[in-house]
Design a protein around this ligand. Sequence first.
Ligand code: MN
Length: 145
Amino acid sequence: MSLEEYAKKRKFSKTPEPAPAVKSSGKPIFVIQEHHATHLHYDFRLEIQGVLKSWAVPKGVATEAGVKRLAVETEDHPLDYANFEGIIPKGSYGAGRVVIWDRGTCEMREQKPGSMVFELHGARLRGAYAMVHMKGKNWLIFKKG
Ligand code: MN
């Protein structure tokens, strides 16, 4: 599918991150990875059609309803990436420490071009969340009231 960009940015002989593979699991999953790269950010990834659709959320996804956070679309990641924690070595794309901040299952409630509503069942994030496309790669993500 759309993992070409993911593969292009990485040398799998140099990074401990997983090589691309499209899979399907049972229940769709989500993960948020705290990524200590040049700038700390939180990578929000949602399983859609066998890959992890991905966004970098500079301030992290809010747990309180109505607090909107910028989410910048990044390349699709393989499903196995949801298990990745570790150090991306210096000189590799996204060098720095990656820690799983939250993970769980996700139920899509509504998916339209430019917007979606889904329910997250994680340890930290629970309940209905919405994402709305703004412009270019920019989206907003917030918990529904
Ligand atoms: Mn990242």
